[in-house]
Design a binder for this molecule. Structure first.
Ligand code: SER
Length: 329
């Protein structure tokens, strides 16, 4: 990877991945691609180049690739699962039409491509516990349909045209820099904001509903490691199961209560998110990623929760002892 274009650089993953790649490859070598209305701000805007790159606009992708001599594209544009159900046509346009544009530009210009897949690529018929790398993928959400299509199309471009496509299936991603937008796993981020602000949390997911989750630093490492992996060791490409923790709302709430005594949670189950969550795996088997490119997570539930609470207290200006916003500090 010499010159990298991130499409969706101001989103939940992109805003952190862009900065990490700039540290690793040099600021001027990582271009933050964004759409109007989601302009980069602060350090993201100031530390390196940026360009308007709408994934539905193939010529705009090709222009940025030519202008910055791009050899690797991180394609992070997507509508998450719950929002995608409200706008399925747009989810397809971005998730599949957009990926097709990226793959065609990559084929013409010799770029490698990373496109995340998801636990959402599985469905109710998939074995839910220890979900294998290669198994039934019959998702019932448009988000999942776009992800399975993306896996297949990316493998096709690798086999047919030699495009170096690689991918991981992300669990729900927990982070404190930029918020997720409209996913089924978002509750695992929102719960921390409520707890640190000293507010009661209304949980949209029912007790006993397990899903894979991952702390953002591990997800970013995975996205970089897979693109730097020795291709001769890769049996799979699109897309690898990766895992680090699995929990239900009761377990995460109990963990947070250890760090924020008195934290309160009530259930206000959202039928759409609940039905999506029930169709997804409880926990993935990531042994292929471990064997083929030495994937290992660094954060378990305890380490993630401690870091989230600490970082959010600083971000939200909350006094550690009172857990009340401290305007004087
Ligand atoms: N976090 C995503 C969602 O909930 C799943 O990959 O939609």
């Amino acid at each position: 990877m010499k010159n990298i274009l991130i499409i969706g650089a101001t989103g939940q993953i992109g805003s952190e991945l862009t900065m990490l790649l700039r540290k690793r490859y040099g600021n001027s070598h990582v271009v933050a691609g964004y759409i109007h209305g989601a302009e980069p701000k602060g350090e993201l805007a100031e530390s390196g180049p940026s360009a308007v790159v709408d994934i539905t606009d193939a010529p705009a992708i090709a222009d940025a690739v030519r202008k910055y001599d791009i050899d690797t594209i991180y394609n992070l544009a997507a509508l998450l699962s719950a929002v995608a159900e409200a706008r399925p046509q747009l989810a397809w346009k971005i998730g599949v039409g957009g990926l097709y544009n990226v793959l065609e530009v990559a084929r013409e210009h010799g770029c490698a491509v990373f496109t995340p897949s998801s636990i959402g690529s599985f469905g109710p018929d998939t074995p839910h516990d220890g979900t294998p790398q290669d198994t039934i993928q019959r998702p019932q959400t448009i988000y999942g349909v776009t992800k399975v299509t993306g896996e297949l199309l990316s493998d096709y471009y690798a086999r047919r045209f030699g495009v170096d496509t690689r991918s991981v299936r992300f669990p729900g991603l927990i982070s404190y820099v930029a918020p997720p937008g409209g996913g089924t796993t978002d509750y695992a981020v929102d719960i921390f904001y409520s707890a640190v602000r000293g507010e009661e949390f209304r949980c949209p997911i029912a007790p006993g509903t397990f899903m894979d989750m991952m702390y953002m630093p591990d997800a970013l490492r995975a996205a970089i490691l897979i693109m730097e992996a020795d291709p001769t060791r890769l049996v799979h490409r699109n897309s690898f199961n990766i895992a680090s923790m699995s929990f239900d709302p009761e377990i995460i709430a109990a963990k947070i209560r250890e760090l924020v005594p008195g934290f309160r949670m009530v259930y206000d189950v959202d039928p759409l998110r609940q039905s999506i969550a029930e169709s997804w795996p409880n926990s993935l088997d990531d042994s292929c990623a471990r064997a083929e490119w030495d994937w290992r997570p660094q954060y378990d539930l305890d380490a993630m929760a401690r870091d989230m609470v600490e970082k959010l207290r600083v971000k939200l200006g909350v006094d550690q002892n009172s857990n009340i916003a401290c305007h004087a500090c």
